[in-house]
Design a protein. Sequence first.
Length: 554
Amino acid sequence: MSDTTVPASPSGGISRRRFVSGTGSILGGLALAGQVAAASAATPASAAEVASATTSIPSGARVPVLVVGTGYGGSVAALRLALAGVDVHMVEMGMAWDTAGPDGNIFANTTKPDYRSFWLRTRTKQPLSNFLGFPLDKDVPCYTGILDAEDFAGITVYQGRGVGGGSLVNGGMAVTPRRELFPGILPTVDPAEMYGTYYPRANAGLGVTEVDRSWWESADCYQYARVGRKHAERSGFPFVFVPNVYDWDYMKQEAIGTVPKSALTGEVIYGNNHGKKSLQKSYLARAAETGRVCISPLHKVTTVTPAAGGGYTVVMDRLDNSGATVETKTVTADRVFFAAGSVGTSKLLTKLKATGALPALNDRIGKNWGDNGNVMCGRANHMWDATGKLQSSMPTAGIDNWDAGGAFAEVAPLPTGIETYASFYLSITKTPHRAEFSWNAATGRVDLNWDRAWKQTSIDAAKTIFDKINAKEGTIYRTDLFGAYKIWGDHLTYHPLGGAVLGEATDNHGRLRGYDGLYVIDGALIPGSTTVNPFVTITALAERNIEKIIATDL
Ligand code: FAE
C-alpha cells in the first residue's frame, strides 16, 4: 500500500477500543478495565492495559474528575487520583495508537512519513525540511496522525497527538535541570522538595535510566554521539550524558539483530514501535491497571463552563479520522484538570475567558509563553569524522554551555540510514522572549504573538558553542537542512511551555484562580524555559501539585 492511501480502518477489523466503545457505556469500559487490572496485577504495566481502558464517554455522563489530555501532566493526575480512590475520565483529541496499520506496525518510520505521521495535514511539515538543499516534504492523506506541526504567525509548534501526548513522538531524553538553575525555572517552588521528592518520583515513574557507558563506547549506533563528544571536549565544553526512557536492553538486542529494530531503524518523531517507554507503558498503564481510569480518544474538548447544579459542563467533539466532528457530547464533571499541553491548555483557557464561558479567569491567562529557546543546526564534518549511517534515534548526551553562553545543546541523531558526515544539534537556550495567546473573534481562533526575529537570541547563544567548535575543527555549518543556504532551524519549537503559569494564572499548586475545582497540570504551568528538555520537570511538578490537591481538595 502506498503512503498516500488511508485504510478504511487502521486495523482492518474491530479493535479492542472500538469493541469497548461499542458497548456505549462508560461502565462497560470501567468493568473491562477492572477485569484486566485484576488479571494482570502481577505482570508489568504495558500498553495493552491502556488499550483496555479506552472507551467512548456517553453524552450526559457525570464524572468525578475529567482530565483534558493524556500527556505527562494528565497521566500523573490520572494515576495519583485513581490510586487515591477517585474515578477519572481522560479525554484525548488524538488516536489511541493501539492498533497496527497495514504494514504490521502501529507507527510509521521517520524516513517514510505516511498517513499516520501528521495531524490533519495534506503535506508533511518535517522539522528538517531539506537535505542537500532539496525539499523533503511530500503529500500525505489528511488523517488524525501523531505529530502536529501547529502553525502560529512566527513559529511552528510540534506536539504529539494521541493517548500518551508528547511521549509518543519525543526523543525520550529525560533530563533533570541542574539544581542551581531551578529557582530561575519555577521561582515559587521549593527546590528542596523537588530534588528531594518529586524529581526522583517522576524519574522512577517514567522509567528513566542511563545508557550502559561501556556498551555506548563501542556501539556503532552512537558513533555520532562520540564524534559529538570529541568535538565538544576539544573545544573545552562540558559533555554530559543524559538519561532516557528507552529500554537499553532492548536496544542492545536490536544492535545484535535478535529483536525487531526500533530506535536503530530511526523510529522517533512519528512514534516508536518497540523499545521506548512512552506513557502508554508507564504512568498510563499503571493508571489503567487501577480499573478507575477510562480514556476517550478522538474526543476534543471545546468548552468548559460552570454547571447549574455544581461542577462543570464540558462540551467535546468526537472526531473521525478525517478530523470531522461526528458527534458533540456534553458531560458534567465535579473537577476538571487541564492537561492539554502548553498550547492546548492555553488556547482553551484563552478562548473560555474571552468568550464568557469562564469569565472569572484572571488576566494572566495566555501569558508568559516561551519556546524553551529551541534552535536547531547541523555541522559539516570532515571525511575522517564520519557520524555513521546507523544512528540510534534516542539521544544520550548534551553539551552544557549554559553558564558561559546560555545554551545546552542536545547531541541529536540524524537517522537517515546513510552516511551524512553531519553532526546535528537541538539547542535549548536562555532567551528573555515570552509571547502571549489572544482570542481572535474574527477568525474564531486563538493567536500567538511570537516574533520569528526573537530567535536571534537563541541563535547567538547556540553560536557560543558551535562557532567555537567549527573554528577548532576547521568545519562549517550545514546550510542544506532547513532550506537552501539556511543554517538555523529557527522556525520551530519542540518544547512549548507556559501560558497558564504557576503562581500567576493559578495558585502555587495549579488551582486556576477564579474557579474552585479547575486545575492546570501540564507544561502550561512553566514560564517558558526549563534550561534542558522539559518532560521530567513537567512530570515532577505534576507529582508535586497532585499530591497537594489530593491531600487538601478531595
Ligand atoms: P502533552 O504531552 O503535549 O499532552 C497534551 C495532550 O493533550 C496531547 O495528547 C493532546 O493531543 C491533548 N489535547 C490537546 N488539546 C486537547 C483538547 N482540546 N481536548 C482533548 N485533548 C487535547 O503535554 N521533551 C523532553 O523532555 N525530552 C525529549 O527528548 C523531547 N523530545 C521531543 C521531540 C519532539 C518531536 C517533540 C514534539 C517534543 C519533544 N519533547 C521532549 C517535549 C515533550 O514531549 C513535551 O514537553 C511534553 O510532551 C509536554 O507534556 P504535557 O503534559 O504538557
